[in-house]
Design a binder for this molecule. Structure first.
Ligand SMILES: Cc1cc2nc3c(=O)[nH]c(=O)nc-3n(C[C@H](O)[C@H](O)[C@H](O)COP(=O)(O)OP(=O)(O)OC[C@H]3O[C@@H](n4cnc5c(N)ncnc54)[C@H](O)[C@@H]3O)c2cc1C
Length: 407
């Protein structure tokens, strides 16, 4: 085990966050900064390094939450600004908007940032908090709870039966351990999955010179092309071909992709020919929505992908994890500070309906299926609100106005 904590087998904290991604780290940081003692428990020996990982789009409302914690400059330096969205259909532009045109927006741009850069920025702040401890290389193997708190039994990762167990007592535990959450399984929360029948192919290439940095969509039903500027400067390109073209992509790689894009985005198609050999390999993506049957079992709370999975369209997975972290840490703080355990219910009642509504929108989106009917709406039109502002229930909760629900 590597650890920042000089680890006795037993430690006590207000909050134990299980997971090593950005959602886990942000929840731990916010809890520590609102006065709780916090232990973050990550199964891996190391955290993702700055610059590593994919570069998801952080939307302005999420950038605002991060900036409020002083996590701003290094993200802006390492990230790529995205100014807005242009959605094209077969007959021309369907929808075009810029972040800067939305009054009161937290930032006039989104930012694509490597997940490792965000993880390191959060980790540095967390380690600087006197009330926070970070333990790595350790996983939860058993959970017990009562009305007062949770007892987590841990073991070195991969050695569930071999190493001397550690014990962490916490008033609340947070399962931020991803899609296949072990902690969620230990508390018996089930997950329902809905699989999209349509895959897409992802390629990262050098940026096309002279293009405005916007999220650009060409939807010539049923084919759909999404490109987004990423650091480098580069672009991440997600292509949903027609059914009959899928095999050719699997066999032909980036060259086959360039061929298929000729009639959809000729400039990009020609550019891929020029930068041949300087792109990533072509990667097939499958898409699944998943939802946990509850976001809480007693004093164990689910956060991020342990609670929900979203499609990449609308760029919301990480944004929603981070926004949930703000809601969760506020609910934990209020439950502990007031001594009223019912206040923890605000987290699930504020966040779950919002995220499930986004999932419903994605499930019914034409751009994600094989329909050949010409697109009448831009693929992102239903997502403009969520890409530009926090939802009102979260704003009210963070301002101190959310009603508790459940106990
Ligand atoms: C191609 C692609 C593009 C995307 N684009 C966007 C985008 O533009 N915008 C956006 O917002 N999102 C995007 N996403 C989604 C986003 O990356 C994820 O939703 C987000 O990273 C999930 O964060 P998380 O903290 O919930 O989970 P994760 O990042 O999966 O973190 C889970 C953590 O738990 C740890 N863990 C695993 N098992 C255990 C265990 N047993 N015990 C303890 N810890 C454990 C893991 O090591 C990991 O650190 C994209 C995803 C993909 C694949």
């Amino acid at each position: 085990m590597t650890t920042d904590d000089p680890a006795g087998p037993d430690i006590e904290a207000d909050v134990c966050v299980v997971g090593g991604g950005a959602g886990a780290l942000f929840a731990a940081l916010l809890s520590a900064r609102s006065g709780q003692s916090v232990v973050l428990l990550s199964p891996k020996a190391e955290f993702e390094q700055a610059g590593a990982g994919i570069s998801p789009l952080l939307a302005p409302p999420t950038l605002g939450l991060l900036a409020a914690e002083g996590i701003d400059d290094e993200l802006t330096r390492a990230g790529q600004r995205v100014l807005g969205v242009d959605d094209h259909g077969s007959a021309g532009l369907l929808s075009s908007w810029r972040y800067a045109d939305h009054p009161g927006i937290a930032r006039p741009h989104g930012l694509t940032v490597p997940t490792g850069t965000l993880v390191q920025a959060l980790l540095t702040r967390l380690r600087a908090e006197p009330g926070a401890r970070v333990r790595t290389g350790e996983s939860v193997v058993a959970v017990e709870q009562d009305d007062e708190g949770v007892l987590l039994t841990t073991a070195r990762s991969g050695e569930a039966d071999g190493s001397a167990p550690g014990r962490i007592r916490a008033r609340y535990a947070v399962a931020a351990d991803g899609r296949h959450s072990g902690l969620r399984e230990l508390v018996g929360i089930t997950v329902e999955e809905s699989v999209f029948d349509r895959p897409a192919w992802l390629l990262v290439a050098p940026a096309v010179p002279g293009r405005e940095p916007v999220l650009l969509v060409h939807h010539q039903a049923p084919r759909a092309l999404f490109t987004i500027p990423t650091p480098g400067p580069s672009i991440a390109l997600v292509w949903s071909p027609d059914r009959g073209e899928e095999q050719a992509l699997e066999e032909g790689g980036p060259a086959a992709l360039a061929g298929q894009l000729k009639s959809v985005d000729p400039e990009l198609s020609a550019w891929l020919g020029e930068v041949d050999g300087r792109t990533s390999p072509l990667m097939r993506l499958g898409f699944t929505l998943w939802r946990a049957s509850a976001w809480r079992a007693g004093r164990v709370l689910l956060l991020g992908e342990s609670a929900h999975g979203l499609h990449t369209l609308g760029g919301q997975g990480l944004n929603q994890s981070l926004q949930s972290a703000a809601s969760l840490s506020r609910a934990v703080h209020e439950a502990l500070a007031s001594g009223d355990a019912a206040r923890i219910g605000a987290y699930e009642s504020v966040r779950r309906p919002h995220v499930e509504r986004l999932q419903d929108l994605q499930w019914n989106l034409q751009a994600l299926g094989y329909s050949t009917a010409p697109a009448e709406r831009g693929a992102h039109e239903d997502f403009i609100d969520v890409m530009t502002r926090l939802h009102p229930e979260l704003v009210a909760q963070l301002a101190g106005g959310a009603a508790p629900s459940g106990s």
